[in-house]
Ligand binder design. Structure first.
Ligand SMILES: NC(=O)c1ccc[n+]([C@@H]2O[C@H](COP(=O)([O-])OP(=O)(O)OC[C@H]3O[C@@H](n4cnc5c(N)ncnc54)[C@H](OP(=O)(O)O)[C@@H]3O)[C@@H](O)[C@H]2O)c1
Length: 339
């Protein structure tokens, strides 16, 4: 490995304290550990981490839940032992064959993991520049949550001026879905927890209901009323979701409850069956990292057209408490760990 640093780069320490796990499990499986500062390989840079936003994907990976994710991410323990995928940081060392980024650049991206540490390795293909008008905390909120919301809206393909229902509007993905939909000129109805009704209304939703008292099928949500439904909660019966959309409309499944082994896979298969020959298709979404989309999202934040909702920040020294909080499943907007 030929790691480049230069005079502009501060001397890097040899060791750091990272939050690591050596087995799948709840937050109790994660502990602070002193490890060598990693060196970037080909096509990678080393970031001094500034901010990491946590997502429910981080806690699913932490727990290896559902079990089938372990086929991809490590059978007995996670291949990448450090959680935290959405990272904003400063480039402090550059590996071989890296173009487009240099030491001192402020960047953000969805990484394979590793953010809950003072330094993290980042494949440059995952990174974009962070504009000066967007601070590191706001930027770190965007990759997975806003990226998923953006991809869900694209899949929903609601016509301009159309009406959509966002189910699960108060979480990381949901708060961005509402704002991005409003920014596109859509009328947004939302289901959210009671304590978040005011917040989601403030994000621009026209009608907001407490999901514990209003569910798909209730009279407040009439059949054939929406051009699209974006389901980020994953608990409502698929037929009830399908009835909400007009002919030609779509249900987009961002989340889905399911069994311990296959998770949402069964729900996705039922969605495929229910969509056969139907004018109300149900589309499971598998969002992926899209750097060009992240650049677009950063510009929307810079222009104050969307703004991350940040429930809480935690210092890196308290990252375990941040993981515990997200693991409880009641995050409002985003939780960010600040290095
Ligand atoms: N398909 C994909 O590619 C993809 C990508 C990213 C995320 N996801 C999935 O999307 C889901 C949301 O992720 P996230 O990071 O946004 O989660 P999150 O921030 O942890 O969401 C928590 C929020 O959801 C609300 N909520 C919980 N159950 C609800 C229900 N039945 N109806 C309405 N709101 C409900 C909670 O409100 P209360 O506290 O009031 O209960 C809380 O505010 C997760 O299941 C995640 O795995 C999928």
């Amino acid at each position: 490995m030929d790691q480049r640093t230069d005079a502009a780069s501060p001397a890097l320490p040899a060791r750091m304290t990272a939050w690591k796990q050596h087995r799948y499990g709840g937050p109790e499986a994660v502990a602070a550990e002193t490890v060598p500062v990693p060196a970037p390989g080909r096509g990678e840079v080393l970031l001094a981490v500034r901010a990491v936003s946590l997502n429910s994907a981080d806690v699913h990976l932490m727990r290896g839940d559902p079990l089938f994710v372990r086929l991809m991410f490590g059978l007995r323990q996670p291949k990448n032992a450090v959680r935290g995928m959405d990272v904003a940081g400063t480039v402090v060392a550059v590996g071989d064959a890296v173009t487009g980024f240099t030491i001192g650049d402020e960047v953000v991206g969805e990484l394979p993991g590793g953010g809950l540490a003072p330094y993290a390795i980042a494949p440059v293909a995952r990174l974009v520049s962070r504009p000066a008008g967007v601070d590191a905390i706001a930027a770190a909120c965007l990759p997975i949550a806003a990226g998923t919301a953006h991809q869900a809206l694209a899949a929903a393909a609601a016509p301009e001026g159309g009406r959509i229902l966002v189910i699960g509007a108060s979480g990381g993905v949901g708060t961005f879905a509402v704002q991005l939909a409003v920014d596109r000129g859509l009328e947004v109805w939302a289901l959210t927890g009671a304590r978040s009704v005011e917040l989601v209304t403030g994000l621009g939703a026209t009608r907001v209901f407490d999901y514990r008292s209003v569910q798909p099928g209730a009279s407040d949500l009439p059949a054939d009323s929406f051009d699209a439904v974006i389901d980020i909660a994953g608990t409502a019966p698929l037929r009830a979701l399908q009835r909400l959309v007009r002919g030609g409309g779509k249900v987009v499944l961002v989340a889905g409850e399911g069994g311990r082994v296959l998770g949402p896979v069964g729900r996705m298969l039922r969605a495929a069956v229910l969509s056969i020959g139907s004018r109300r298709g149900i589309r499971p979404l598998a969002a992926t990292a899209k750097p060009a989309m992240l650049t677009e999202l950063l510009s929307l934040v810079a222009a104050a057209r969307i703004s991350p909702v940040i429930e809480r920040t935690f210092p890196l020294s308290d990252a375990l408490a941040a993981l515990e909080h997200v693991d409880e499943g009641h995050t409002v907007g985003k939780v960010v760990v600040v290095a």
